[in-house]
Design a protein around this ligand. Sequence first.
Ligand code: 2M8
Length: 416
Amino acid sequence: MRDKAVRVLEQNWTGRSTVPSRSLYPHQWSWDSAFIAIGLRNVSVGRAQTELESLLQAQWPDGRIPHIAFSPDVPRDAYFPGPDFWQARLANGTESSGIVQPPIHALAAWLTHQADPAESTRQGFLQRVYPGLVAWHGYLRDRRTLGGGGLVAIVHPWESGMDNSPAWDRALARVTPAPAGSFTRRDTDHAADADRPTDLDYGRYVQLAATYRDHGYDDRETPHGFAVEDPCFNALLICSEHALAEIATTLGQDPAPHLRYAAELTDALVGRLFTDGMFRACDLVSGDLIPSETVAGLIPLVVPGLPVADVLLETALGPRFRLGETRLVPSYDLTADDFDPGRYWRGPSWFNTAWLIHRGLVQLDQTAHADALRADLQALAEATDFAEYVDPFTGEAHGARSFSWTAALALDLCRP
Ligand code: 2M8
């Protein structure tokens, strides 16, 4: 499995970074690159560093790390929405999207350093990436604390990384979709229609992105039709603030501001989003907590020192997610009427969320659960030829194959 995973990462390596999938996603994606670096550190620390540093080449002057850095080497219409849609070009010539993805990058940088601290220190890796990572979190804190309660908000479903999650249905229904004939999807050229979002939802994604673009991606000016505090996004920000504290200490700088922000965010996360044993997203337009239970609500298991970890673990083990009885961790409540084991983020299991929950279980000393999840992740990665996601009951492969983060994270769990 290890050799096959390394081969997938080599096939998808472009020389500076790794595409998630040669067919479906032919550019550099933000949180994919962070997960990929976490895997690559086990093969080549230098490549893991390059993966993260090439992503930082796409960082905007306001600090945001865009969700896609476009490759100049693939046709401009290979992926929709491509560079001509987003119309965002940096002074260094890099073209990117204008939205973001979950901030797991500082954690990835810290784990990359830890794979070979002496070599990383010799190369000055942390010194080079620390300022960009601080600026990234600064953007989120200063421009995205839209709800006033301390948590950061996402302004597009794609920013959650869980694009088609049922949790977004009600908020998305308020958005008038872009007319069907005004854009051409590319994703359905490469993946089964039944696995992907519907045309109606796609029209809404396009409309939200176009509105943001037409307001210069300015968070103060844009009338955000979708604004949500997502538990996964905020949990990863907390983990990354803890990682920044470690990085600051290693560099001889003061970790206290990072630890303070991590503690404030943790209080806000529990205070605002935790109810009935589960974290839920908060819809800032309606002001309501979104009732849907999705895997995003379990990701806070990875937050160091989470005060409600025991209760949350019970929820993961309970009838809605059946941790240990299903393959990996389903993306949506198994008992919900609209649960769908095959459609994008509406039921199937993903490898990145399983890796995060595995990390949480290890931190909580839940060794038996952690070992079982690790074995399942590795076996499924190999059996499905490193699929993008799988059916949580049968383990059947869906979406792309030779998918980079699947290979990277299976590889990472081979660590002793
Ligand atoms: C999926 O998202 C893209 C848009 O960003 C898409 O559906 O076209 C998601 O699974 C996301 O989490 C992931 O980063 C991306 C690339 O793997 O694909």
